[in-house]
Ligand binder design. Structure first.
Ligand code: GLN
Length: 319
């Protein structure tokens, strides 16, 4: 086993979990009512190792929407199908140094990276216009969900329609990003912007829980092979690219500090999720709705920082 003494490991995880539980800082996202209604007390952590050992503590079955944690996954599908050359002729690899939804493009008039809203909307356009140009919106939705499900080894991936409808209503900035990118000719030919925006909101509104997300994180840790089903979902080259971008751009405007302090690829989302990947070892998903000023889950972030203080999981430990 990759973690030989798993039960003593999980005791330490439990201790970190309890330390974070008492942290009541942070505020719920309130741009849509469905997110504002969550109890700030929800707190769950699930772990899945690359050899399939599992551990969960807290509110790990409670459903929440993927939000920005969907961004690395749609990016991975685009890479798998189109390759990095094509994908990165449309979107960069650089942290933007700005807010995740800021109306800004890089010097080449491309979105900075696929982990911010502009870049994720662009990735959605690649799915529509290049990966599956012959599919209807309904078919692309099913197609995407089936990738997410395979990554999770068949565990819970659903869809929250109320969140989808609210996202679409409260989306002035995301539409602005879409129009700004269309003005700058960022999209591939044949892009239908309205369909692309709907698809982006649908990806944000996919529903899941900590348990399922820990398997997805573990599939990323395992070079694209799902550890519970042993299905080869993505090529290892795809995973390398996805993890690289998560490492530099995964936690909004905290990404530089996160790379320094935690030294691992991660992706956070506005519903309070934090997906952490320890390459070749395990995937971790931490979920708690209260967010800090930069939009990262307070407890999830504390968990990651305490984890690398206790274990040498930082990429540059023990060099
Ligand atoms: N639905 C959110 C948005 O597009 C997702 C962003 C996030 O999780 N930070 O604004």
């Amino acid at each position: 086993f990759v973690i030989p003494d798993f039960s003593s490991f999980t005791k330490d995880i439990e201790e970190i979990y309890c330390n974070c539980k008492s942290n009541t800082l942070g505020k719920l996202a309130d741009y849509i009512p469905q997110l504002a209604r969550y109890s700030p007390n929800f707190w769950g952590v699930s772990i899945c190792t690359v050899d399939g050992q599992r551990f969960s503590i807290g509110d790990v079955d409670e459903p929440f929407t993927l939000q920005s944690c969907s961004k690395p996954l749609t990016y991975a599908i685009a890479l798998e199908k189109l390759g990095p050359k094509v994908v990165h002729s449309f979107v960069g690899q650089e942290p933007s140094g700005r807010n995740f939804n800021e109306l800004v493009l890089d010097q080449n008039k491309k979105p900075h990276n696929p982990m911010i809203n502009a870049g994720a909307i662009l990735t959605c356009s690649l799915m529509n216009a290049l990966v599956k140009p012959d599919m209807t919106s309904a078919e692309i939705f099913d197609y995407t969900m089936s990738w997410f499900k395979r990554l999770s080894g068949g565990e819970y991936i659903g869809f929250n329609n109320a969140v989808f409808l609210s996202e679409r209503e409260a989306a002035d900035r995301n539409y602005a990003l879409g129009f700004y990118m269309r003005e700058n000719k960022c999209f591939p030919k044949r892009t239908n912007l309205k369909e692309v925006m709907d698809y982006y909101f649908q990806c944000c509104s996919m529903e899941t829980n900590c348990e399922a997300m820990s398997v997805i994180a573990a599939s990323l840790a395992n070079g694209g092979i799902c550890p519970t089903t042993e299905e080869k979902v993505f090529r290892p080259e795809v995973i390398r690219d996805v993890l690289s971008i998560m490492h530099s751009c995964g936690t909004y405007d905290y990404s530089g500090q996160f790379a320094f302090k935690v030294g691992l690829p991660a992706k956070s989302g506005v519903s309070g999720g934090m997906m952490l990947v320890i390459p070749n070892v395990m995937g971790i998903f931490a979920w708690s709705p209260p967010l800090d000023d930069l939009g990262n889950t307070v407890r999830g972030l504390q968990f990651c920082e305490e984890l690398v203080n206790m274990f040498n999981f930082h990429r540059y430990d023990n060099l």
